[in-house]
Design a protein around this ligand. Structure first.
Ligand SMILES: Cc1cc2nc3c(=O)[nH]c(=O)nc-3n(C[C@H](O)[C@H](O)[C@H](O)COP(=O)(O)OP(=O)(O)OC[C@H]3O[C@@H](n4cnc5c(N)ncnc54)[C@H](O)[C@@H]3O)c2cc1C
Length: 421
């Protein structure tokens, strides 16, 4: 491979693909290289059973019709779950199950109050200019702390002692729509018209002379500019050798935004074992601290997604696929009873912390480091540009956020080249 383009785009996830499309729209040529054997990155769907899709990464189009992928899906004729299920969109319908017993109305109300008070405390901390860890501003002794802790461990992939209040408050996005055929499939269909060189890992990036040269196992790519869209997990791993090193401010930005881990276990059943009221979000926890978030029937099939995150999520991932499967089935049995066990057909388990091309699920700012997203997005020497979910303030950790970061970076490159608008 010795393609000569104006820009080399590193990574063919949502950010890299949108950047390429925007550069093309602006009349700028780009070559997209991708380390893995497929496009889409953290947008990836697999069939659990024939016709039943499971997203290993992104599953929900945050913000519904305001999400750029909603229009893209319509254009491609891909159906979205455009329904307003109270079970998913109304937080009062979130079900809490402690030690196998669903909270009654009074306890449920007390739990919701705890959530609201904690959210307020986190917002106050974010607003006062001292960016604390979420765990420092909440009542960790409350009876209702465990489900809240689980929501952060899965929502950020990091436990509350490692999550910045300011970063938590700057993130945006309501749950939105599911994609019954798979969000990953949607991204793959949208990106199918982009010529991507697969299995072409960027091993070294040299911007010391006039332009930029990227070394890959398939040969070198030279261009005037490079756009790096890989995760902060990859950036911090040292797998890409940035010739002459990155400036200190960029290294600080990468280190301030380590990857969190959320894992999912998708379980398909041979029938509807949930009943008419079963659909929706559940949080299960017990006094031996085995907790998880369980989304029931989110895609409209007889399946669930069981989520774990943070330290527990990483520990469980290391125990292996069977342990993850057993853990997930046990949590579903806590909600719907042991009878469900005989109806399990198959499961899929993710292992994002050890996924070689991301090394985690998404970036989460350390306490005091929320400002590093803007630094991560800043170009170096007007030749090395950065995009990807981690570069976003609002939209971080989402597929549409990654998409918008690619558009932004493409426009920055165009401005630098004095081209397009
Ligand atoms: C479990 C989970 C659940 C999620 N749920 C949602 C959700 O419901 N809704 C939502 O909007 N978002 C969700 N997300 C987040 C969303 O999937 C990501 O934010 C988004 O897909 C990231 O896109 P990206 O382009 O920034 O990065 P990536 O998708 O990671 O793309 C980067 C690409 O770079 C490639 N690469 C890595 N190293 C190299 C190298 N050296 N050379 C060349 N290429 C390289 C990678 O293989 C990858 O394809 C979820 C993510 C996970 C993991």
């Amino acid at each position: 491979m010795s393609a000569e383009s104006e820009v080399v785009v590193i990574g063919a996830g949502s950010a890299g693909l949108s950047a390429h499309k925007e550069l093309t729209r602006l009349g700028i040529t780009s070559t997209v290289i991708e380390a893995s054997h497929r496009i889409g990155g953290r947008a990836y769907s697999e069939e659990i059973t024939p016709g039943v899709w499971f997203d290993l990464g992104c599953a929900w189009l945050t913000d519904g019709d305001a999400n750029p992928f909603a229009e893209i899906a319509d254009g491609l004729g891909i159906a979205l779950g455009r329904v307003t299920w109270d079970a998913y969109n109304n937080s009062d319908h979130h079900r809490f199950i402690r030690n196998g017993v669903r909270l009654g109305p009074e306890e449920h109300a007390a739990c919701r109050r705890y959530y609201a008070e904690t959210d307020n405390a986190v917002e106050a901390a974010a607003g006062n200019g001292h960016d604390a860890a979420m765990g420092d501003v909440m009542d960790l002794e409350s009876d209702y702390a465990p489900p809240y802790l689980e929501s952060i461990a899965t929502g950020w992939g990091v436990d509350v002692d490692g999550v910045s209040c300011a970063d938590n408050c700057s993130s945006s996005g309501q749950l939105g729509y599911p994609v019954p055929h798979g969000y990953g499939n949607l991204v793959a269909a949208w990106g199918a018209d982009v010529a991507v060189t697969l299995n072409a890992q960027a091993e070294r990036i040299d911007w010391s002379s006039q332009g930029v040269t990227v070394e890959t196992p398939k040969g070198n790519v030279s261009a005037q500019r490079a756009l790096v869209t890989v995760s902060t997990g990859i950036l911090s791993s040292g797998e890409i050798d940035f010739a002459h090193g990155l400036p200190d401010w960029k290294i600080e930005a990468i280190n301030g935004l380590p990857m969190g881990t959320e894992n999912k276990m998708g379980i398909a059943f041979d029938r509807d074992v949930f009943g008419p009221q079963g659909r929706g979000h559940h949080t299960v926890w017990s006094d031996n601290s085995e907790s998880a978030k369980v989304d029931v029937n989110g895609m409209g099939f007889n399946s669930v997604s069981v989520f774990t995150g943070g330290r527990h999520g990483i520990w469980l991932e290391k125990q292996g696929t069977q342990a993850c499967h057993d853990f997930a089935v046990d949590r579903v049995a806590e909600i719907f009873g042991n009878d469900i066990r005989k109806h399990v057909i198959r499961s899929i388990t993710t292992a994002w912390s050890s996924e070689p091309w991301t090394r985690g699920s998404w970036a989460c700012a350390l306490p005091g480091q929320a400002h590093q997203r803007e630094q991560l997005a800043r170009p170096i020497d007007e030749r090395l540009y950065f995009a990807g979910e981690a570069t976003m303030v609002g939209g971080q950790g989402t597929c549409d956020g990654a998409y918008r970061s690619g558009i932004r970076a493409a426009q920055e490159i165009a401005a630098g080249l004095k081209r397009g608008s």
